[in-house]
Design a protein around this ligand. Structure first.
Ligand SMILES: [Ca+2]
Ligand SMILES: [Ca+2]
Ligand SMILES: [Ca+2]
Length: 378
């Protein structure tokens, strides 16, 4: 580092660059980039000459105070993240009379600009004329090169380079469509009740361009061709499907995600995904053959519970009430199928007529009932 007339000269340990920092004007400009990598020592002679010592190729350079006739600045490879069409470029520069500044561009799809796949440099475009078309072909990476020429009294100065580009629209990706049984959405399930008549459709989707997505949700019975629309303009990746009016059976849900909100109709894209098949079951199990055989101070209660589409998960009975339900084990010891038979002894019955009720619940919390009267003798 050296200091001379309000200008601090800084050399970098890496990159071999020397910067002039004008403390009064608050301006930093790169003076030169040397081929050796490390600037290790600098000294000024007080008359405008700067001596620079370098390592990694040891050398001593003498930089004069005069202005260079010509200089170029090559940018690093700018990354658009994906293949982009390059639009226009604007270079904000101060180009004094007798000086000139021009820009050239090249593009490629590999991060390293010297890759063979890169285009060659475009022709030089003068920067004074405002927004100019970028001549480089479409590609993910772009490099620009500024060429500045001065006379011996003045040089151009570049403040800012602005580039406009547009990435290609890519379709959204629907990663998953999950459908889970649910009670009424937004309501705390009452303890142990509330049939699972809703299906929460949860969508995992994203757009490589970061476009906001809009979803359409459809359903169909497994084996049917035609999809039935549930909603078309969903913006949240979640939908509560009320299956109340839907016949019991196995269904699929299809989600179409579109990036239309962020793209004009001609270039908007969409993607679809179908959920795993899932059961809709809104009908309760049926109790058949319910019979009560009186005994001495008891009764034998028997019957069969059947559900059309899902498992019977619970069988209970009650005596002369609908509040207190007692669990019943099916004959095979486990509630694990669509049809379960049971036979049990209801103990401690006073002589007289009693009403024995049976309640059966399926996987989707639909409850079916039946009852029978029995008269116990003394
Ligand atoms: Ca998109
Ligand atoms: Ca059922
Ligand atoms: Ca069973």
């Amino acid at each position: 580092m050296t200091f001379d007339e309000g200008v601090v000269m800084l050399g970098t340990g890496h990159g071999g660059q020397i910067f002039a920092v004008d403390v009064d004007k608050g301006r930093i400009s790169m003076v030169v980039k040397l081929d050796p990598k490390d600037v290790t020592a600098m000294v000024g002679d007080g008359k405008g000459k700067l001596y620079v010592g370098t390592a990694d190729q040891a050398a001593v350079y003498a930089l004069g105070a005069g202005l260079a006739k010509k200089g170029t600045l090559v940018s690093k490879a700018l990354d658009a993240g994906q293949i982009a069409a390059w639009g226009t470029v604007d270079v904000r520069a101060d180009v004094p009379a007798g000086c000139s500044a021009s820009i050239a561009t090249r593009s490629g799809n590999a991060a390293k600009p010297d890759d063979k796949t890169w285009s060659s440099w475009s022709r030089e475009t003068p920067v004074a004329e405002g927004w100019a078309r970028v001549a480089a072909p479409a590609g993910r990476f772009l490099q620009y090169r500024l060429t500045l020429s001065g006379n011996s009294k003045a040089t151009p100065a570049v403040d800012q380079v602005q580039l406009v580009y547009q990435v290609k629209n890519l379709p959204p990706v629907v990663k998953a469509v999950m459908v889970t049984p649910s009670g009424p959405p937004g309501r705390e399930p009452e303890k142990g009740s509330s049939e699972l008549k809703f299906r929460m459709v949860r969508i995992q989707a994203e757009d490589p361009n970061g476009d906001p997505l809009r979803y359409a949700v459809y359903f169909r019975r497994l084996g049917n061709e035609r999809w039935i629309e549930l909603t078309k303009k969903l913006t949240k990746p979640e939908y509560a499907w009320d299956t109340t009016g839907v016949a019991d059976g196995v269904y699929e849900v299809r989600v179409v995600a579109a990036d239309a909100p962020a793209n004009p109709p001609a270039s908007a894209l969409e993607a679809a995904r179908i959920s795993r098949p899932g059961v809709v079951d809104n009908a309760p199990p049926t109790v058949t053959g319910l019979a009560a055989k009186p005994g001495k101070g008891n009764a034998t209660l028997s019957g069969t519970v059947t559900d059309a589409v899902s498992r019977v998960v619970q069988i209970e009975y009650s005596v002369d009430t609908n509040d207190e339900w007692i669990a019943v084990l099916p004959k095979d010891g486990m509630c694990d199928s669509q049809k379960e038979s049971f036979s049990l002894t209801v103990p401690d019955l006073e002589p007289g007529t009693h009403r024995l009720a049976v309640r059966a619940i399926d996987e989707y919390k639909n409850a079916g009932y039946d009852s029978v009267e029995v008269t116990v003798e003394k």
